[in-house]
Design a protein around this ligand. Structure first.
Ligand code: R5P
Length: 291
């Protein structure tokens, strides 16, 4: 086969490779006692198109360094094309300097990857001030979405959709329009990683006694969802579910959400205990266009 999929810390590689007709491969990777990294390709890569499916949610810095070793080696070994599939693209939330002299890591990391790859495939990148993934990367990009899969899961339910902050509008509005649901977008102020304040204007959409679904791109500490849920409870909703694309669920986030009675589900862009939304089909669509 002339096109290979190499899985780096991800868990849906075999499924994607099978559906896209790629040969599935793993590399030899280890750390020396002093934490230096080692990488070897125990298969032929010359003249092959290589797709690397990487999970950038866990240990992103280590994975970024491994990607550097992989790409430089693949170029030396004359691979035909090298593509990165990063279903969850890390670092995009730092898309400007919020404080004086801060590193704008979203720009730095995407420039770094642009030099290493011929193209990058991303699912629902966190876009805020930079409006398109093309605004971040200098190489080719494919921006795909879990919106269709989420819409399919919700279309038969009698629910009102809630976006917990202004950025979430891009997903919530798209999904709501696809399946003809009412939606409301909250406003959020974040003071620190775990301290956020969410406000939902009363009366925009009647939420009392309704089953509501919070939709967000990322659930990390879970505090955005938790604060949104507190406000929704005050507005006397009947039930609260949460659908998020990228379930990072740091520390005890899922436990806290469960404790509040919020049924949470996420996609499989990142390995997590509540992955019920399969985005492998979306990735395959993107891969096939570059075969
Ligand atoms: C930020 O704007 C994102 O869309 C999410 O709302 C945020 O990353 C969620 O983080 P956390 O779960 O830590 O509140």
């Amino acid at each position: 086969m002339n096109s290979l999929l190499i899985e780096l810390n991800h868990h849906i590689g075999k499924k994607v490779a099978k559906k896209a007709g790629l040969s599935y491969k793993k590399i030899i990777q280890k750390s020396f006692p002093d934490k230096e990294s080692y990488v070897r390709f125990p298969f032929e890569v010359k003249n092959k198109k290589i797709f690397i499916l990487a999970d950038l949610a866990k240990n992103p810095n280590e994975i970024l360094f491994t990607l550097l070793l992989m790409s430089k080696t693949l170029k030396r070994l004359k691979a035909k094309k090298i593509y990165l599939i990063a279903p969850y693209m890390a670092y995009l939330r730092q898309d400007e300097a919020f404080y004086k002299n801060e590193a704008i890591s979203g720009v730095i990391v995407t420039e770094f990857l642009s030099d290493l790859f011929d193209g990058v495939i991303v699912i629902d990148p966190h876009l805020h001030r930079v409006k398109s993934i093309k605004g971040f990367f200098k190489c080719k990009t494919k921006q795909l979405s879990a919106a269709n899969e989420i819409a399919k899961k919700l279309e038969k339910k009698d629910v009102v959709l809630v976006g917990p902050d202004s950025e979430s509008k891009q997903w919530v509005e798209t999904i709501a329009k696809k399946i003809n649901k009412k939606f409301v977008i909250a406003s959020k102020i974040r003071y620190s990683s775990r301290r956020v304040n969410v406000n939902i204007k009363k009366g925009v959409v009647n939420l009392k006694s309704k089953d509501v679904v919070i939709i967000d791109d990322i659930a990390s500490t879970g505090h955005t969802i938790i604060e949104a849920a507190k406000v929704l409870k005050k507005q006397k909703v009947k039930s609260i579910e949460c659908y998020c694309v990228h379930g990072l669920f740091m520390k005890d986030a899922l436990k806290k959400l469960n404790k509040m009675g919020i049924k949470t589900i996420a996609s499989n862009t990142i390995k997590n205990p509540v992955e019920r939304i399969d985005i492998s089909g979306e990735i395959v669509k993107g891969v096939k266009e570059w075969l």
